[in-house]
Each structure stands twice: as C-alpha cells, then as structure tokens.
Design a protein around this ligand. Structure first.
Ligand code: HEC
Ligand code: HEC
Length: 446
C-alpha cells in the first residue's frame, strides 16, 4: 500500500470522507476549521459544567467522556482543539470562548464511529445550553424550548426566532417580531449525504436544495451583521460542495443477498414511486406527499409557516437566485413531507421527520411501533438492533413523573405528546412479516 493510500484508509476509518474536488475540500476545511459564530460561553464553563450535574460531587475522572455522554456529543474525527464535534473555540468580546457549529446537530456516530453529516441522534442541546450558561453564572433560561426529547431538536424554531430580530438586509431591527415561533416540532436531523439527490430540502421540501444562503441561517448570532453574512457566503458555497460530495457509510455486517433481492422486488412495487431506485442508474422522484396522505405528525409542517416564509423570501436569504420557486425566491409552501432518499438508512435511526420510530421494522409495520420508550442514547454495537435495524429501546408503562429531573425526562419518547405522533406511513402494513424482513434486508444494502 502506498503512503497516500494508507492515509486514505485511516481517514475512512475515522469517518472522514476525503473530498476529491478542490471546492469540496475547501468546504470541508471551512466547515471543520472555521467559527462562523462568536462564542456563547467561557472556556472555564466547559471545565466546570459538572458542577451543574445532579448528585455529582467531584469532577469525573474521564471528564471528556463524561461531558460527551451528558450532552450526547461525539469525538471529532478532525483536529478540533480536543473538543467534541459541534463545539469549537470562538471569539468572545474579550478573548476566546466556546462556540457551537453545524456538527453539534450534523455530527453523529454509529457503532462507535463519528461521521460528519450523520444527524446527531443522541444530542440534548437543551441541557448543553442551560448548563454551560449556568456554569458561567448566567441564568441559563432559554427563550424557547431547544429540545423536548433527546436526539431531536427545535432547529426550525431557531430560524424562526432569530429571523424575527432582523430587517430584510439582516441588520438587527431592535425589536422582535413573532414569525410564528413554536417549539414542538421535534426535528430529526437529516443525513447530509442525501442532499446530492434532492432538488428540494428540509422535511417539507420548502427550500431549493442548491440554496447556499439557507445554510447560513445559523449565523444569526446577534454579533453577526450584514457584512459578516456577505463575507462568509463564498465559504458556504464551498461547504455546500462538500455536503454534495458526502457518501453514505456502508452497512458493516453481512447482508443476505438472496433475501435482499426478494426485498428489492417488493421495494420496486411498494416503495420506489416515492423513494426512487438505487444502484448506478438511480432515480429519485423528489416527491412531497400531502399531509392527509402520508398521515405522519403534522406539527413540523405547521411549525415553519407562511409568516416566516414571507419574511425569509423578502430577506437577503431569499434574494439568492432568479427563477426558483415563488416569484424568483427559493422558498415554496408545500402540502406535506418529502419522501427522502434511503441511502445509508441503516445508520440514520430513529425514523421520520420527528424521530418517532426507532427501527425500520416499525416504519414497515405501523401496528408494531413502540408508544412510550427510552434508549441508552449511546451508539455502540450493543445499542444497535441488527434485526429490526435501528436503536434498541425499552418500552415503558408510564411516563416519568414531574419529580424526575428534566434531563432524564427528555430521555423518554412519548408518542402521544405534541409533535411526536408516530402514526401514518402505513405502506408496509400490507406486506407479510416475511416480506417486511426481505425489504429490511434490501434497505441494509442501500
Ligand atoms: C440545532 C441543530 C442544527 C444545527 C446547529 C444545524 N442544523 Fe442543519 N438541520 C437541522 C435539522 C433538525 C434539520 C431538518 C429541518 C427540518 O426540515 O425540519 C436540518 C436540515 C439541514 C439541511 C437540509 C437537509 C435535507 O436533506 O433536507 C441542511 C443542508 C443543513 N441542515 C445544513 C446545516 C449547516 C450547513 C449548518 C451549519 C451552518 C446546520 N445545518 C446547522 C439541525 C441543525
Ligand atoms: C406515497 C409515498 C410513499 C410510499 C409509497 C412509501 N413511502 Fe416511505 N416515506 C414517505 C414520506 C413522505 C416519508 C417521510 C415521512 C415523515 O418524515 O413524516 C417517508 C419516510 C420513510 C422512511 C424514513 C426515512 C427517514 O430517514 O426517516 C423509510 C425508512 C421509508 N419511508 C421506507 C419506505 C418503504 C420501505 C416503503 C415501501 C414499503 C415506503 N417507504 C413507501 C413516502 C412514501
């Protein structure tokens, strides 16, 4: 093996996709090496966060691991000053502090390996923001709920909340306008490697998938002004090229090829019209299925409404390219949810836009979905269910009481809660148990 081949193997093992295209390579460097937002917290707050942890009286011995486990973070597969993915050094008004970046939500791990672009299905971003602020002697009171249940987050709420402070040119308006903020959408983070197939993105397919500026919404930190957005746009153009270059990781366990071939035939009959076909000559119909047809929880669809859409389209974000959806603006209202491509779906549990179904077996049988459950929120082989494909869960009889700490209550997914319904998408129900198992075997191979 040549030296560079050896380097590639090491990179691949670390979950880093080495990008061939120079723009994509620049994008990877920008994404993993640049702080686009100023810091939220002091460096000290990170070292002293454990003082906020119930019942912990001394700094845990392996503090880095304890910190990752507390908040659901993963080791960075790139140089990151010893910080987990999603945290980075950033500027404070005086000196250096701790900022967050895209990978707090878009850096995940599966079977113990970290991947840039895998949604973080273990994150408790609420606890992270509350406790680091408190460790900095601030109140830690958040303006809205950042997450109701661990592994999901209110990313859509961030956009709606932050745009409410901006004029169309993205200067601060001095007063907050409610563009329809709600905090019960329970967003599951899509894998970035699906973007290359999509013409529209986000769960409702409302934005052109080649929009660069929409990727910059997370830069709406109060200290970033119009000039900062303009200056960062070329870097985000490169970041998009990197996102478009990411490949899904391959299922690492044996696949029964005969069974998968049976599953493929069933998939072509029952699923491909919405999810497309796979292999070298793949197709992807980019279909948005109306709410009353798909029947999954409607709240995410309502959470990003027309007030936000109009403000977005009128803002610098919406002035990106001519000839797109509405009046030349890269935003369109849609009637439902987009059927995503299923590449690497073995690695992206839990499923649906709200993460309400922990395994593919549940996706394919709507009567077998757990209603009230918890999981380890670790991502090792012991936590992974190879038969049902997804996360092992423990079903509960009753929800935790109010006396249980909020961080523990957020580890319980209750499908009767707002935004967390697990109904709908009943397309697998007509199949027999054996046929469903064959479809699952096929899905492992995508
Ligand atoms: C707080 C968590 C969070 C952060 C931080 C975050 N995202 Fe996301 N991202 C999400 C969620 C959740 C969605 C799905 C939103 C929806 O449609 O409801 C998403 C969707 C996306 C999509 C669309 C994917 C698709 O296939 O539909 C892209 C692209 C994306 N994010 C890029 C970025 C980039 C680039 C950054 C950093 C500048 C970033 N995100 C920061 C949570 C986050
Ligand atoms: C009529 C269109 C349609 C058909 C047919 C269909 N699906 Fe879907 N599927 C969707 C939509 C839309 C979603 C997203 C729903 C949501 O997130 O609320 C989805 C979501 C999924 C997901 C979850 C993806 C993720 O990452 O969360 C899987 C897995 C899936 N479908 C598999 C299948 C299989 C297998 C079949 C065939 C038995 C099938 N689907 C048939 C439209 C369809």
């Amino acid at each position: 093996m040549t030296r560079s081949a050896a380097v590639l193997v090491v990179l691949a093992l670390a979950g880093v996709a080495p990008a061939a295209d120079p723009a994509a390579e620049r994008g990877y460097q920008a994404l993993t090496g640049t702080g686009f937002n100023p810091a939220f917290w002091s460096v000290r707050s990170l070292g002293e966060a454990w003082k906020q942890w119930d019942g912990v009286t001394a700094k845990p011995a392996d503090y880095d691991a304890a910190l990752r486990e507390r908040y659901g973070l993963h080791p960075a597969p790139y140089p990151n000053d010893g910080l987990p993915m999603g945290l980075r050094k950033g500027r404070l008004l005086l000196g250096t502090g701790i900022a967050t970046d895209c990978m707090i939500c878009h850096g995940g791990s599966i079977l113990g390996t970290s991947y840039v672009g895998l949604g973080n299905s273990t994150l408790d971003i609420q606890a992270l923001f509350e406790e680091l602020a408190r460790a900095d002697d601030q109140s830690g009171k958040l303006p809205f709920t950042f997450t109701n249940v661990r592994g999901t987050n209110e990313a859509d709420g961030f956009g709606v909340y932050l745009l409410g402070f901006r004029n169309p040119d993205l200067s601060l308006s001095g007063k907050w306008q409610d563009l329809g903020l709600r905090d019960d959408a329970c967003g599951d983070v899509p894998a970035w490697w699906l973007l290359k197939k999509k013409r529209t993105m986000y769960h409702n397919g409302a934005i052109d998938a080649r929009s660069v500026r929409s990727l910059m919404q997370f830069m709406m930190h109060p200290l970033n002004g119009p000039a900062d957005f303009r200056k960062a746009e070329p870097a985000f153009r490169d970041i998009q090229q990197y996102l478009l270059s990411i490949e899904a990781p391959k299922y690492p366990f044996p696949v029964d090829l005969a069974k998968a071939a049976k599953g493929e035939a069933l998939f072509l009959d029952h699923c491909a019209r919405c999810h497309g076909t796979y292999g070298e000559k793949w197709t992807y119909p980019n279909k948005v299925v109306p709410l009353d047809e798909i029947g999954t929880d409607p709240i995410r669809h309502a959470a990003v409404g027309l007030d936000y859409g109009a403000a977005y389209a009128a803002s610098w974000f919406g002035q990106e390219g001519a000839g797109w959806f509405v009046g030349g603006k890269p935003f369109r209202p849609t009637a439902g949810y987009q059927a995503p491509p299923l590449d690497g779906v073995w690695a992206t549990a839990p499923y649906f836009h709200n993460g309400s179904v922990p395994t593919l077996a549940g996706v394919l049988n709507s009567t077998a979905r757990p209603k009230l459950f918890t999981r380890s929120y670790r991502t090792g082989e012991a936590d992974y269910d190879k038969d049902k494909v997804g996360w092992k869960v423990t079903e509960l009889r009753s929800p935790p009481g109010e006396d249980v700490a909020a961080i523990e209550r957020r580890k319980v997914y209750g499908t009767s809660q707002p935004g967390r319904g697990n109904g709908g998408h009943t397309y697998g129900d007509v199949l027999s148990e054996e046929e469903r198992a064959a479809v699952i075997e096929y899905l492992k191979s995508l």
